[in-house]
Design a protein around this ligand. Structure first.
Ligand code: ATP
Length: 368
């Protein structure tokens, strides 16, 4: 049983709060991705977990044990780092066997386990070669094999694919995902690549400035971001955010966006007079050539054909947003079109704090 529990972990570097009171539970066998922009504290948090950094406050548990002060080697974990750090003077076999030899395992056991790991990662034909005689992807697989061979309960990975070229990265991403499902270790995987996080994680913990801002399953993080930062960081293109104001119009509330009055959910009726931000993904906006009730008039700024679809940058008053259309949609720069957001898939946010409005008992309210 290797559930990992972090309780209010704090790590300071001088005045920098690299990890700022993080609490997080990672379930046994779960694949948790730590995602966030450069400098948000992902690596530092992983290093605290590994025992390579000592937190200034807080507790770390692996299983039932408080390992906060334990040396790395007592923690029963294996690590793969960004610079895949295979030893150039050792053969592939000796690289993979390295940890087992340090543990003084019997020779026959080392042989069996190395072969198993090498087969799993498809590097068995190269066991006698040196790393210089391998491609980048093969070297990366050796680094992963060296970690997997330890049969550790916990696997920590810090941007393990970032040194690979784009195509190999996509291939390795799927391979790693399959492999990690097989080995069933509890895995913590650091990346700043949101596509990697979405495609691989059981859950994603999104970090910003040393803190976790949202922990959820990938599609939930994508569709229901907790705030403007998360919606703007995840997805390509990022979520669109349009500023407006709640107004009363006869029976119910409407949103005034750049002078256009759009239907608003009844939950916003007690926010009349207040500013609100509509968050909507590009694929959740229908683009029309003719006006329609509730559709927003917009001007085409840029048309980008992206193979499977068109990406249009549209101007609505002083604001802009991106929408996708089928490739045969007739759109030219400066065309006037109408946008019909699917309000069922919209997020309503507080423009001041950036946080999503909470929909409690049919009433929207600001998060405290
Ligand atoms: P990246 O994706 O660029 O690797 P990250 O999210 O992993 O970034 P960290 O490497 O954990 O971020 O760094 C978090 C903060 O702590 C940054 O402001 C960084 O400059 C600072 N920091 C990290 N290590 C040290 C150190 N050894 N000494 C001083 N400051 C550090």
């Amino acid at each position: 049983m290797a559930e990992i529990r972090l309780e209010k972990v704090l790590k300071l570097f001088g005045k920098v709060r690299a990890v700022d009171g993080v609490s997080l539970t990672i379930k046994d066998h779960e694949f948790m991705v730590l995602l966030g922009p450069s400098g948000c504290g992902k690596t530092t948090l992983l290093r605290c977990l590994a025992g390579l950094e000592l937190p200034d406050a807080g507790k770390i548990y692996i299983g039932d044990r408080d390992v906060t002060d334990w040396e790395p080697r007592r923690r029963n974990l294996a690590m793969v780092f960004q610079s895949y750090a295979v030893f150039p003077h050792l053969t592939v076999f000796d690289n993979i066997a390295f940890g087992l030899k340090m543990q003084k395992r019997p020779k026959s056991e080392i042989e069996t386990r190395v072969k198993q790991a090498a087969t799993m990662l498809e590097v068995e034909p190269y066991l006698e070669r040196h790393p210089a005689q391998l491609s980048g992807g093969q070297r990366q697989r050796v680094a992963v094999a060296r970690a997997l061979v330890m049969n550790a309960q916990v696997l920590l990975m810090d941007e393990p694919l970032s040194n690979l070229d784009a195509l190999l990265r996509i291939q390795m991403r799927a391979e790693l995902k399959r492999l990690l499902q097989e080995v069933q270790a509890t895995t913590v995987y650091v990346t700043h690549d949101q596509v990697e996080a979405l495609s691989m994680g059981d859950r994603i913990a999104v970090m910003r400035s040393g803190r976790i801002v949202q922990v959820d399953e990938p599609m939930k993080v994508y569709s229901e971001p907790e705030d403007i930062f998360v919606g703007g960081f995840i997805g390509n293109p990022p979520m669109n955010f349009l500023k407006g104001k709640v107004e009363q119009n006869g029976a119910g509330p409407v949103i005034n966006i750049e002078g256009q009055h759009l239907p608003a959910p009844p939950a916003l009726s007690h926010m009349v007079g207040q500013p609100v931000t509509l968050g909507i993904r590009a694929e959740n906006v229908q683009t029309l050539n003719t006006p329609q009730d509730g559709a927003i008039p917009a001007r085409v700024l840029v048309v980008e054909p992206l193979g499977s679809h068109l990406l249009l940058t549209m101007q609505v008053g002083d604001q802009s947003l991106k929408v996708t259309t089928p490739t045969d949609f007739p759109a030219q720069t400066d065309d006037r079109l109408w946008l019909q957001p699917d309000y069922g898939k919209a997020r309503w946010l507080d423009p001041e704090s950036g946080s999503a409005l909470l929909m409690d008992g049919g009433e929207a309210r600001r998060a405290s």
